[in-house]
Write a protein that binds this ligand. Structure first.
Ligand code: A2P
Length: 266
């Protein structure tokens, strides 16, 4: 049972939502917000399949929800791939356009898959910061952890803007700003454009530069938990790094020390 809308059919069991706003950061990155269906529930850090009503069989891709679970809109942060099956069209959306959402959100980057600890490290590259944009705006995260450290590594300085703005807005937010003040830190680095803070996060952790820059104790499973989101190679390397430090991978059925989002594309 499909409903005819625009030129194509909207499949059954899919939400058709309206684009509220779009922001372009670079020729490779943009973010957008859509209306949230009343029945749509998710945990901060999860992803949902999204598509466009521009084909008889819409292409769906996994997108981490960047807004927190309490928000009445849904925010996403996306790459633009010139010939990408979805993003070649998605990058052209305008306010008022329709975006399709599948009904179920899921994912491994949820605080319930980790045991409590003092510090939570969220390690990201590129659009992998999206689930962490959700989690740093969720009061539940601060109930389980005293300190949150988000790392974001991109090729160029301009690609870091989404995260920098997120943190500026967090501090200014009358609701959550008070809770997060002094407890959440953004550590941004570039790997190609020359900036004061450069390097892959794996290398910065291994050399000790990361801990020196922040003036914090080194990563340890005794005090810390880790969430990882980014490109495939980065996931593998950071997973190996933390496993080498004694961290064990957790899940909802067996919460432990770190989690990795493998559904993520970017
Ligand atoms: P690099 O420039 O050295 O490849 P991309 O834009 O290709 O998705 O990459 C996003 C960021 O992730 C880049 O800064 C990139 O660094 C970094 N990166 C890529 N692979 C790894 C890896 N295996 N470990 C850590 N960082 C990585």
């Amino acid at each position: 049972e499909s409903v005819a809308r625009s030129d194509f059919l909207i499949p059954a069991n899919v939400h058709a939502e309206r684009v509220v706003s779009v922001r372009h950061y670079t020729d490779r990155l943009f973010s957008f917000r859509v209306t949230r269906p009343q029945s749509f529930r998710f945990r901060s850090g999860e992803f949902v399949m999204i598509g466009l009503p521009n084909a008889e069989k819409p292409v769906f891709r996994a997108y981490s929800i960047a807004s927190p679970a309490w928000d009445d809109e849904l925010e996403f942060f996306s790459i633009k791939v010139p010939d990408g099956p979805l993003t070649q069209h998605l990058q052209r959306i305008q306010p008022g356009d329709t975006v399709l959402l599948r009904q179920k959100a899921t994912g491994t980057l949820v605080v319930d898959a980790l045991t409590p600890a003092k510090r939570l490290f969220m390690i990201s590259t590129g659009t992998g910061i999206a689930p962490f944009a959700s989690l740093v705006r969720d009061p539940d995260t601060y109930e389980k952890f005293d300190e949150i450290i988000v790392t974001h590594t991109c090729r160029d300085h301009a690609e870091l803007a989404y995260g920098v703005e997120l943190f500026e807005n967090l501090e200014a937010d009358p609701l959550i700003g008070e809770l997060t003040a002094g407890r959440v830190t953004l550590y941004s680095t570039t790997t190609r454009e020359i900036t004061p803070r450069m390097g892959r996060i794996t290398r910065l952790i291994e050399t000790g530069r990361f801990h020196q820059d922040l003036g914090i104790a080194p990563l340890s499973p005794e005090t810390d938990r880790v969430m990882i989101c980014g490109s495939m190679h980065m996931l593998k390397d950071v997973k190996e790094l933390v496993e080498g430090l004694g961290f064990r991978e957790g899940s909802l059925s067996q919460p432990a020390d770190f989690v990795v989002e493998r559904a993520f594309v970017g």
